[in-house]
Design a protein around this ligand. Structure first.
Ligand code: URA
Length: 410
């Protein structure tokens, strides 16, 4: 294969053959095709799109870049959920252990921060000692013992997505339907699931800005899942304001732990229960009880301990990553909050250091926002709109300005 010719073909809007897509992904995964050529193809796909056939080829090529999970005959139902990404979306941190309370197996393969959105793996890695790289054998053993594992793509499982995901994050090639379908579905198909629920976001803080584009993405993922025999459900959810009241890695873990203690923001708790009920064998009432009575928190502790994490620190998580500077942003008027723009909040969080600009950037677990006010809330002049966690005063000052542009009070 002459790599520049394949890139040129897609750049000119032609369809790629199954063999060209498979050879490209195989070459990229083994290191024969460098990042700059993969970036060029990703950008060509971003602009020109892909047909349903090309998208299926890309998904299969990425799935087949690695191993898939195999379960013993005695395994229970295997289920999972995946979100297309949003601001403050820490649902997986609560939902995975919650689902495992039902004796189901939850082999969740997630990603790092992507574009303006945070990533489950980065959030988990804020837990001291937590290891997101599991071999297939370690994952199987943990499913037998705990029922839930939360891990990343590895050199054995979804290696193509591991590399391409990190590349897309820093080359502005994330919001492309075929690239999202292949990225998400290659991970979920590698898990060999019985049931999958996809949380498809639309709005300013989502990759799909309109409901129509989210519907199209949902349909494309559902088609791939069902063609592979997975009972796939999709739920569309707005992402115009951040989910919950915290944005930033450690701050989101703290908020997820609140929900696992039966507290936390109502919107977060509600979406966790709604999505879990789509794939669970028990009803929403039972799921709510497991949040309220500590069963889900216990499951989370067991999972953290099984992956080398410090389960004790979960009881005092707000002390684990204190930011150098915290500052409240006060409203300069009284009124009702009419907007908390998720896109602007996400970008402000990135600017504080919660995400990456280059693939090998270190992220700062401590920074971000909490106590974020919600749309519809009444606020008095001098009332708190949000609290900033920053590395220094200058960063806090910039973030305050960005938050003021994101939050509207009328
Ligand atoms: N989540 C993923 O795993 N991949 C994407 O491309 C978007 C969201």
């Amino acid at each position: 294969m002459h790599v520049p010719t394949v890139i040129e073909k897609k750049r000119e809007g032609q369809s790629l053959a199954d063999g060209e897509i498979r050879d490209f992904i195989a070459g990229y995964t083994c290191g024969d095709i460098p990042d700059y050529q993969m970036s060029a193809l990703a950008m060509a796909i971003y602009f020109q799109g892909m047909t349903a056939e090309e998208t299926a080829s890309l998904t299969h090529a990425m799935l087949e870049s690695g191993e898939v999970f195999e379960y013993p005959d005695t395994a229970p139902l295997v289920v999972d959920k995946h979100s297309t990404g949003g601001i403050g979306d820490k649902v997986s941190l609560v939902l995975a252990p919650l689902l495992a309370c039902d004796e189901l197996w939850v082999p969740m393969i997630s990603g790092r921060g992507l574009g303006i959105t945070g990533g489950t793996l980065d959030k988990l890695e804020s837990i001291p000692g937590f290891d997101v790289s599991r071999s297939r054998e370690q994952a199987m053993q943990q499913l037998e013992e705990v029922g839930v594992v939360m891990m990343g793509q590895t050199p054995e499982v979804c290696p193509a997505d591991k590399r391409l995901y990190a590349l897309r994050d820093v080359t502005a090639t994330v919001p492309s339907q075929p690239l999202i379908v292949a990225s998400i579905m290659s991970k979920k198909l590698a898990e060999s699931l019985n049931r999958l629920v996809l949380d498809v976001k639309h709005g300013s803080g989502a990759f799909m800005k309109t409901r129509e584009s989210a519907e199209s993405l949902a349909g494309a993922m559902q088609a791939v899942g069902e063609a592979m025999g997975v009972d796939t459900r999709t739920v569309l959810n707005p992402m115009d304001q951040p989910l919950g009241q915290a944005v930033g890695n450690a701050l989101e873990v703290a908020e997820a732990l609140d929900v696992l203690r039966g507290a936390g923001p109502a919107d977060l708790r509600q979406i966790v229960i709604e999505l879990a009920a789509e794939v669970s064998e028990v009803d929403a009432g039972q799921l709510a009880d497991w949040l309220d009575d500590g069963t889900a928190l216990q499951k989370c502790r067991a999972m953290v301990a099984a992956q080398g994490g410090d389960a004790e620190c979960l009881d005092r998580y707000d002390e684990v990553h204190p930011a150098a500077v915290t500052r409240e942003v006060m409203s300069d008027r009284s009124g009702v909050v009419t907007a908390v723009d998720a896109d602007r909040v996400g970008r402000a969080s990135l600017a504080l250091g919660a995400g990456r600009a280059c693939a090998d950037d270190e992220i700062d677990f401590s920074v971000g926002f909490d106590r974020l006010i919600k749309v519809g809330a009444d606020v008095a002049a001098g009332g708190v709109l949000a609290r900033i966690h920053a590395a220094d005063d200058d960063a806090a000052m910039v973030a305050e300005q960005q938050l003021r542009e994101a939050i509207e009070v009328e």
